[in-house]
Design a protein around this ligand. Structure first.
Ligand SMILES: Cc1ncc(COP(=O)(O)O)c(C=O)c1O
Length: 385
């Protein structure tokens, strides 16, 4: 160990190890079934691995263009146009990123200055606020109202000030499993009309939407598309979270600013994975089939919990199922998550960690991006409660 004598004035004094790391480690230590962290325990199709291997063997191993390989950007443009009727120019309005987390950080660093305010809806994905604070911005919190996790646009209106620089939205929402509706997007467009507020739309679960509902991208909204950076992740779509590869869409002027930071942040994203994904994306069934694939898993998992004292909340999208447990235990949610992992052998995430103020509605999050055998084994343990 090397120790330092420097007096460190931390930019993020409140940040420690994330709950995802903590719960995954606890799950491993206790031999619990890990339904906490959001990653699949199954493989992507061999065709994807073959396409990447082929690219490596063909010698495609050096830096690609800064914004991403043209063939991948073209494939993304084609997908976005066919899904949303929105035409993003592959040269100027699409950038390939090292996953959504880098895309989010880069967008925040590109547009938020010291003292600027960024409106974030709680519960929220955990990377937003540290990114805002690292660049000297201030998070201002709106609430997705429990238990249906709907935004309250009057509340948002009251939070907007001349310092508001950005609003971050996430639909389908992690952890809530809720979706923004057409009315929500219209309300957001109306609130931001005649302002310079940038909308940062985290749409990483864009293809995981259930029961015949549609994902409504801000990219398809005539007003919002002009002020938004839209973020997606191939990790979620193709079961390759460890590859850390995604992309952003945005109007050319916004994208030019995004790329100024991207260029000196990661510069480029690894070449063979970009080639492999561009090739694999040619078959739209591979992303269009994702909703049915995960809906089946959601229904299978919910069936496992039928008859237990958990109250399952609606899950319209993502691969997360929220459950109220107040009929099972009086423990605060963090303690309950640890207890469930240690004593019952199923690891979950307490939803209070997605709130800035630790708000605890006695709800935990299960990840159902797992093989049926994993979900069945977890169900068997949970039914003992
Ligand atoms: C809402 C949300 N945004 C962003 C990310 C990060 O995606 P990536 O792994 O591509 O960085 C995640 C991953 O869990 C997420 O749930």
């Amino acid at each position: 160990m090397i120790s330092t004598s420097l007096a460190i004035d931390s930019k993020l004094p409140w940040v420690g190890t994330t709950i995802f790391t903590v719960m995954s480690k606890l799950a491993a230590d206790c031999g619990a079934i890990n339904l906490s962290q959001g990653f699949p325990d199954f493989q992507a199709e061999p065709a994807l691995f073959e396409a990447v291997t082929r690219a490596m063997n063909d010698g495609r191993n050096q830096y690609p263009p800064m914004a991403g390989l043209p063939e991948l950007r073209q494939a993304i443009a084609g997908k976005v146009e066919s899904l949303h009727g929105a035409r993003y120019d592959a040269d100027h309005e699409i950038t390939v990123t090292a996953g959504a987390t880098q895309a989010l950080f880069t967008a925040i660093a590109a547009f938020v200055r010291g003292g600027d305010e960024v409106i974030v809806f709680a519960p929220f994905y955990d990377s937003y606020v540290p990114a805002v604070e690292t660049v000297g911005g201030r998070a201002v919190y709106a609430r997705l109202r429990f238990p249906d996790y709907r935004p309250d646009w009057d509340e948002v209106r009251a939070l907007i000030t001349p310092r508001t620089r950005m609003i971050i939205v996430n639909s389908p929402n992690n952890p809530a499993g809720s979706l923004l509706t057409a009315d929500d997007l219209d309300a957001l467009a109306e609130l931001t009309r005649d302002t310079d507020i940038v909308v940062l739309a985290d749409e990483v679960y864009e293809h995981i939407v259930f029961d015949g509902r549609r994902h409504l991208s801000v990219a398809a909204h005539p007003l919002l598309s002009t002020r938004s950076i839209v973020v997606s992740s191939f990790g979620k779509t193709y079961h390759i979270t460890g590859w850390k590869i995604g992309y952003v869409l945005g109007a050319a002027d916004l994208m030019a600013e995004f790329r100024k930071v991207h260029q000196f942040n990661v510069f480029t994203v690894n070449t063979p994975c970009q080639i492999g994904i561009a090739d694999y994306m040619r078959d739209p069934a591979r992303y269009l089939g994702l909703a049915a694939f995960y809906q089946h898993k959601r229904d299978f998992f919910r069936e496992q919990l039928r008859g237990t004292k958990f109250e399952l909340l609606p899950c319209h999208g993502t691969y997360f199922q929220l459950a109220r447990y107040d009929a099972v235990s009086d423990l605060p949610d963090r303690d309950f998550a640890v207890w469930l992992t240690r004593e019952i052998g199923v690891a979950v995430i307490p939803v209070s960690v997605f709130h800035h103020d630790g708000r605890d509605d006695r709800v935990v999050r299960f990840c159902f991006a797992k093989q049926e055998s994993t979900l069945a084994a977890a169900g068997e343990r949970l039914r003992r409660l």
